[in-house]
Design a protein around this ligand. Structure first.
Ligand code: PXP
Length: 259
């Protein structure tokens, strides 16, 4: 299984002070040295972390393929096509969200996404759609012309955290606050089954499968066990560990679990 490392949080730290330090570009050579397979960055409409200059520097200088997450906003798509990353992953974006909550509603934006798919194909840029693990979402992903689907593992990760830590926060899909442990175990099993069934279905349609969101050193194993998933994109947990262990070690620790 391949590992893409999302380095947005390096830019988050820089933006906390609005200075030049730390520079996400400095992560690129360390990622290569650690053995990661891909760099993932998200150019948000509000530019809250990565900006256009970061993206340009990283794409032009990275020895690893760059997977660029963005919304379906036409202005952003124009910018991203000029930047020419290896792959574009379309994600839903809401200004008020802390991070990408929920997958892209492919059915709702089918025409727009199909048009983006054609433009990217013309420029030889791969397309991936970040979706919740549903049969309909996967079928639509295939129909609009994407080559990849990235399955949103956030629900699984949140249920896992509720079971194994004192986390009181809930995922947007979990409406009830007081859920007993037996129900959480059932929900965890169901979320894993949905991810696995979705990955298998995507494979039968000829889609390549990635997964990500909320994955960490504790919960990643069940996802790694799904042989239909080719790649994981992980950010928060790796950057968090790197504060204590150093970036290269944090990436290597995750690589050990992923492979
Ligand atoms: N994949 C996608 C499409 C994402 O939007 C994100 C979060 O930016 C990730 C993976 C990584 O999630 P996390 O930071 O929780 O590991």
């Amino acid at each position: 299984m391949f590992l893409g490392v999302n380095i947005d949080h390096i830019a988050v730290l820089r933006e906390a002070r609005k200075i030049n330090d730390p520079d996400p570009m400095d992560a690129v050579s360390l990622l290569k040295r650690a053995g990661a397979n891909q760099i993932t960055i998200h150019l948000r409409e509000d530019r809250r972390h990565m900006n256009d200059k970061d993206a340009q520097k990283i794409i032009e200088n990275s020895p690893l393929p760059v997977n660029m997450e963005c919304s379906i906003n036409p202005d952003i798509i124009d910018i991203v096509i000029k930047l020419n990353p290896h792959r574009v992953t379309l994600v839903p974006e809401k200004r008020e969200e802390v991070t990408t909550e929920g997958g892209l509603d492919v059915a709702k934006y089918k025409n727009e996404i199909a048009l983006i798919a054609k433009r990217l194909e013309y420029h030889h840029i791969e397309l991936s759609l970040f979706i919740d693990p549903t049969t309909e979402g996967i079928r639509d992903t295939k129909e609009v012309g994407a080559q990849w689907v990235e399955l949103h593992t956030g629900l699984y990760a949140n249920i896992y955290a509720m079971l194994h830590t004192n986390m009181s926060k809930t995922h947007h899909c979990i409406k009830e606050l007081d859920i007993d442990r037996t129900s959480l175990h059932v929900m965890l099993k169901k979320s894993l089954k949905e991810l696995h069934e979705s990955a298998k279905y995507a494979n039968t349609l000829g889609l390549r499968v990635a997964a990500g969101h909320g994955l960490n050193y504790q919960n990643v194993k069940s996802i790694v066990d799904m042989s239909e998933i080719e790649e994981l994109n992980i950010g928060q947990s790796i950057i968090a560990r790197s504060i204590f262990t150093g970036f290269e070690t944090a990436v290597k620790d995750m690589l050990e679990l992923v492979r």
